[in-house]
Design a protein. Structure first.
Length: 178
């Protein structure tokens, strides 16, 4: 019988360690020679202050999509946003993954993507494909949580300070990767 939960998404409070968990899982997958692709978001710092966020792929390409000094009319929190950068890079990675990967890593999905129909369409295509997906989404991305809730092949895991140190092993076990 085929496992119905092919996709696992983590959510939880900001700065609880979700991206660290993704990195632990990714290292294990690469060590075991899985064909993975995906992206992660990373804080851009000016000394100790976070001044923006960039999207990074596994080949080392890094592009700022939110920054306090970005030239844009769209602002979220204190950051100016260029959703086209995020959309172009993330969508290209998803297209590439559909052709070449077994596992797609999405760290993270947030509120910016809500209004990007191109991103959302490609994301649904990935969810419907044979890819296994490990991802993170922001608590405030309720639009995406509704997508996951409507699917029988997705599992949502709440990450907190109590479970964050062992949850990567549980996810690998759930995905039958140990």
């Amino acid at each position: 019988m085929q496992d119905k939960k092919r996709h696992i998404f983590m959510t939880g409070q900001m700065r609880v360690g979700k991206s660290t968990i993704i990195k632990k899982i990714t290292r294990k997958l690469l060590y075991k020679n899985f064909n993975i692709d995906g992206y992660y978001t990373m804080a851009v710092r000016d000394e100790k202050e976070i001044v923006g966020y960039s999207i990074c792929d596994f080949d080392g390409k890094q592009v700022d999509f939110a920054h306090i000094d970005l030239k844009s009319n769209l602002k979220f929190d204190k950051y100016y946003i260029d959703p086209s950068i995020f959309e172009d890079v993330a969508v290209a990675i998803m297209v590439r993954s559909l052709k070449n990967a077994d596992i797609l890593v999405l760290d993270e999905i947030g509120v910016i993507e809500k209004n990007s129909m191109h991103f959302r369409s490609k994301l649904l295509e990935c969810l419907d494909s044979s890819l296994k997906i490990i991802g993170v989404y922001q608590n405030r991305a309720k639009w995406f949580e509704r997508v996951l809730d409507s699917r029988s092949d997705c599992k949502i895991i709440q990450v907190d300070r109590e479970n964050r140190d062992q949850i990567h092993n549980e996810i690998l076990k759930e995905m039958k990767i140990q």
